[in-house]
Design a protein around this ligand. Structure first.
Ligand code: F6P
Length: 322
């Protein structure tokens, strides 16, 4: 617990991550003492967790002891679900959307997303060089959990030939047909943006690891490698795989994210001053506003199948593998 002054937060607008050191895996309702906030090593996450305990009362007592009158929580769906739980316990809470997955309901944007899109777009742009030079299929796996926003935006921005999203199960035949056809054409190479949550029709998502202490224990990953091997085996087109991983979640935020975060922060303070409680700051219809926290908690915002960006991408010939 530390009291922050103006000096502590001076210059943070250009930084990624969180200077608070908050956890992305601890749920006060199911807290695992040995894998707590200060114990995030790889080995402990592979061990069976000790019995979870409910430490909500301890959290509430800590807030009271430090006379915290309002909790401003910054995060995604897991964070907002816990925040809503605290609100029900009488804590005054204001939520601010932050996740690279952009999957929080009620808001068109969460901060962090546009920076991750820019990073993934840059990576997709860069693999064009090898794809084009050596006539290969280049598979780039993005993050995003169960939502395809990141792969969709980066895929469209980089002109990917195939974009695979969790929301649109893909047919291997269709993906291979696109790659084979492009190989035969004058283009001679293919770029595939694949969300980590993408799955084949009738198949399952690919799980990289299981973190038993986390409220959302499944960590997706590996679909790029599986798909790349199948493309190569079926089409004979030399295929290379790049997994972007946490590179998408790091580094300095781009200008648009800094502007968004500043507007979110200012609106959160206005809500505090107005005495509001249980509200979530959101970005809707091109401006900042707020909704009831309960409307967003416990839900995920997936890419709708009739999303205008999917339609636009289809118009220019992008395959979604369906
Ligand atoms: O929710 C953000 C996110 O980066 C997801 O896109 C990804 O699936 C997950 O977190 C990775 O989590 P971890 O950092 O625990 O591996």
């Amino acid at each position: 617990m530390r009291h922050l002054t103006d000096a502590d937060v001076s210059g943070v607008v250009g930084l990624g991550g969180t200077l608070l050191g908050s956890s992305n895996r601890c749920n006060p309702r199911k807290f695992h003492p040995s894998t707590g906030a200060n114990h995030h090593d790889h080995v402990s996450s592979l061990l069976p967790p000790d019995a979870p305990i409910d430490v909500t009362d301890r959290c509430l007592a800590t807030l009271r002891a430090h006379r915290v009158d309002t909790l401003v929580v910054v995060g995604g769906d897991g964070t907002m679900t816990i925040a809503e739980d605290f609100a029900k316990q009488g804590v005054r809470v204001i939520g601010v959307p932050k996740t690279i997955d952009n999957d929080l309901p009620c808001t068109d944007l969460t901060f962090g997303f546009l920076t991750a899109v820019a990073t993934a777009t840059d990576a997709l742009d860069r693999v064009h060089t090898t794809g084009k030079s050596h006539h290969r299929a280049m598979v780039v796996e993005t993050m995003g959990r169960n939502a395809g926003w990141l792969a969709l935006f980066a895929g469209v921005a980089s002109g990917a030939d195939v974009i695979l999203l969790p929301e649109i199960p893909f047919s291997l035949e269709s993906v291979c047909a696109t790659v084979a056809e492009r190989q035969r054409s004058r283009k001679g190479y293919s770029i595939l943006a694949v969300a980590e949550g993408a799955k084949p029709v009738g198949g399952m998502q690919t799980v990289a690891r299981f973190d038993p202490a986390s409220p959302d224990p499944v960590r997706l990953g590996g679909i790029g490698a599986l798909l790349g091997k199948q493309i190569e085996d079926r089409t004979g087109v030399e295929t290379r795989i790049t997994v972007l991983g946490h590179i998408q979640r790091g580094g300095a935020p781009i200008a648009a994210d800094r502007v968004l975060a500043t507007q979110f922060g200012a609106h959160a303070v206005q809500l505090l001053e107005a005495g509001a409680a249980s509200r979530l700051v959101v970005w809707r219809e091109g401006r900042v506003s707020d909704v009831a926290l309960a409307d967003a908690a416990g839900k995920q915002r997936l890419v709708p199948l009739d999303d205008h960006l999917i339609a636009a991408a289809r118009e220019i010939g992008t395959s979604f593998g369906d």
